[in-house]
Structure formats: C-alpha cells, structure tokens
Design a protein around this ligand. Structure first.
Ligand SMILES: [Zn+2]
Length: 431
C-alpha cells in the first residue's frame, strides 16, 4: 500500500486529536476577528479563549449554508484579501451562490488532501489521467486537477463533454484513469460500445475517480464492468466534497470500505440533528465539519445537512483518519412529495437491482389537481424482456422503499437524456 504522506496519514489517533484541538483553537481565534463569527460567539456564553479541551469544542457555534449566502461574497473572509489567489462558487441556480476563496496555502492544503486521496485509491505516477470534471467556477475540476498533479500523475485536462474526443484521446494516449461524474462514465461506456470500441479490449482504463453524485453499489458494479476498470485490475473510487469546505476533499481508498476524510485538516463530527449530541459509533447522523487549515475562508462547525455513518477506527489500509462508510442522502437533493421525503438515490437503488433496467432514468414529479404524483421513466438494457407483471412488481418495490406510490413508465432505448456532468434525475412539473 502506497502513501502520499505516510507520517500524517497513519498518525496515532491520540496524537491526531491533540493536533486537531490545537488547530481548532488557533482557527477560532482567527475567526473571532471577523464580525460575523464574533457575533455568533456572542450568542453563546463562551469566547475562543474558553476552548481549552475537546469537550469545549462542542460549545462553539455552528455555521449554516444560509450564512455563506447571506454574507456573499466576502462576509465570512477571515484572512487577508491581499493574500487571496483563487475564487470558486456554486452555480447559484437556486439563489445566491455559495462562495469560497483561497490563499496560496489553502490551495496547497487542498491539493495535498486530494493527492493523498488519489494515491490511497491506487493512482501511480505512470498513470495517464483524463480529468473530465468541469473546469471553471465549480470546485470539482480544478480540485481534481491540482491533486492529480501533486500526486505526480500525467493529467490531460479535457474537462467535461466532447465525448467522441474523450474516446479518441483514450485510445491515442493509452489513458488509464478517468475522472468525472459517475453518469458521465456510464455514458462514455455506452457511446464506446455504440462506436464499436470494446472498453475492455480497446481501452486501458483501470481506475475511475468519480464525484458529484451519490453512487449506489449497483451502479458502481455496472460501471466497473462496462468501462473496463474491473477487467484491468482496478475499480471505481467515489468522492465526497462540498464547496463550503473547499470542494472535493475525501475519497475511497483501495480497500473501498469508506470515503477517507483527513482529520489533520478537517474536524469531523456526526451529530444527532435534534439533540446536537454525538451519535453513537455506527449510527447515522448529520455530518458537521470544521476546516482546520484554511486561512482565507475557513468555516466553523458547518452543518452540511448530509446524513452519513462515519467510522472513526483505523482502516485496513492503515490510515487512521475517519471514513464515511454510508452516505444516506444530501438534504439539497431531497424532494418533499405529499409530505414524504424522497431521495432520488433510493430510486436508483431499487431500479439497478434488476439487470434488465439501465442507469438511464428520470423521476417526474407531477401535480394532479393539487395531489403530487411520482413517475419513474426508465430505459431497459438492450435485449431485456419487460412485461406488465415486471412493471407491477417494480412499482411495488418502489412503493415499499419510498413509502409513496410511484408509477413506472418504460421508455424506448436512447430516448431519455444523457449527461456529461452532474445528472439531472428529477423533472419537477408541479405548478
Ligand atoms: Zn482506507
């Protein structure tokens, strides 16, 4: 097992906790100079000077998504604007964007975290990587790019799109690693096969680092087989990240038993969202993160809204840092349909248990005289035999998972949209 920074990645857990406490104390002192955080602290009965031990961390105030939006663009800046070298933000399609700014040191820390991830996932210096996460304001593209370079691989920054060219470059340069959204990997494999390119025989892809969407075990297995990762001795690694913490920050290691987060740079808490106490080991809770190393815009105890299970024990790869072992859903992706919470990832989980169902699907939320309706449109795979009895069975399974009625509409192959970036799985036609 190779490491990018073995000393830090395998650090004794007690020592790691000491480092975290020290960095947390320094970070809140830095934040206290900013008027937003000063006010937040004034709403509690402590000041940064009162944080003396691990328990005191729990008394520090939280930060929420709205805080970043309401203080757009620079209200949460705790560093010096003169030192800022990079700006990213979310697309802001549903309101004010969520901003993030970086000093050179912040960019370096982020690149180090990503380099550790890539090496942990099996990347080698000899690998040729096509980096197809979109380059731009979105954190994914440049976050991957800098980390891959830091890890020493050969990066071809294709960005997303241009599928025919992506395939040509894969053949010309003998590309071994592909990065992009999972749905783009599925799409590239589909187009390759259509063009008579056998990904197993004609391409050399052995690793995929995929972020931007939750991935079910079934989809992972399908992509591993179809694009050739498995046949070439590797597999898909999935990524966790969010703009508020700098971008993509965590990834599966080669053992694929959880997404590693780096405790020396991020303080990881899993809280019961009602009581705000730590959940017991192995239980699901809300992920709360503090950026311990950033200078320009570190965020304090950020309530991610992500429901996760985290394992704090040492991984079989030897890394001592926490791992997200189960990602149950992101609040932003959740739909409220007739009073029931629906996560689109639950639908994919049900669909892909059936070999006859493809990963091309969409959820249509409709409105029938004020009553919300759910319909899944899905394409079968080539050659699948689909009859009415199967459709009825699928509707029954969806109902038992979602606890709400959901119609199934089988569509002809090639009629539903394909995605080169983040897949749009929901069509909300409610008035
Ligand atoms: Zn590991």
């Amino acid at each position: 097992m190779a490491f990018f920074n073995e000393r830090w990645e395998t650090m004794d857990q007690d020592q790691l906790k000491e480092v975290q406490l020290k960095k947390f104390q320094d970070q809140v002192q830095r934040m206290y100079k900013n008027s937003f955080y000063k006010k937040r602290f004034e709403e509690t009965d402590i000041t940064p000077d009162d944080i003396k031990n691990w328990e005191d961390i729990k008394k520090a105030p939280f930060t929420y998504k709205n805080d970043l939006r309401e203080n757009y663009p620079l209200g949460l800046l705790t560093g010096n604007w003169e030192e800022v070298v990079r700006v990213h933000m979310t697309s802001g399609t549903t309101g004010t964007p969520t901003p993030m700014v970086y000093t050179q040191n912040d960019v370096n820390v982020w690149a180090e975290c990503m380099a550790r991830n890539f090496i942990a996932g099996g990347l080698k210096k000899s690998d040729v990587v096509q980096q197809a996460h979109g380059l731009g304001l979105f954190t994914g593209g440049l976050g991957f790019h800098y980390g891959l370079e830091r890890a020493g691989a050969k990066v071809i920054p294709t960005s997303s799109g241009g599928t025919e060219r992506q395939l040509r470059l894969m053949q010309e340069w003998g590309t071994t690693v592909f990065t992009g959204t999972p749905s783009y990997a599925a799409y590239i494999a589909e187009i390759a096969i259509e063009r008579g390119i056998d990904p197993v025989k004609d391409l050399k892809l052995r690793l995929g680092f995929h972020g931007g969407e939750p991935v079910s075990g079934e989809l992972r297995q399908r992509i591993d087989e179809r694009i050739g990762y498995k046949a070439h001795g590797g597999g898909m690694r999935t990524c966790y990240g969010l703009t508020e913490m700098g971008g993509p920050i965590g990834m599966d290691c080669e053992s694929t038993n959880g997404i590693h987060l780096w405790g020396d740079h991020y303080l990881v808490e899993v809280l019961d969202p009602e009581t705000l106490e730590d959940v017991e080991a192995g239980n699901a809770g809300e992920l709360v993160l503090t950026n311990l190393s950033f200078e320009a815009m570190p965020i304090l105890r950020y309530r991610t809204g992500d429901r996760v299970v985290v394992n704090f024990d040492t991984c079989e790869c030897g890394r001592t840092h926490p791992r997200i072992t189960n990602f149950l859903g992101r609040v932003d992706d959740m739909l409220l349909v007739s009073g029931t919470n629906v996560f689109p990832s639950q639908i994919e989980f049900v669909l892909l248990r059936h070999p006859g169902m493809s990963e091309n699907w969409q959820l249509v939320v409709g409105d029938n005289r004020g009553l919300h309706t759910l319909k899944v449109e899905v394409e079968p795979v080539q050659g699948a035999q689909i009859d009415n009895a199967f459709v009825k069975e699928l509707e029954k399974e969806l109902h038992s998972h979602l606890e709400i009625t959901c119609k199934v509409d089988i569509k002809p192959i090639g009629t539903l949209p394909r995605f080169e970036g983040k897949a749009v799985r929901v069509r909300d036609e409610r008035i």
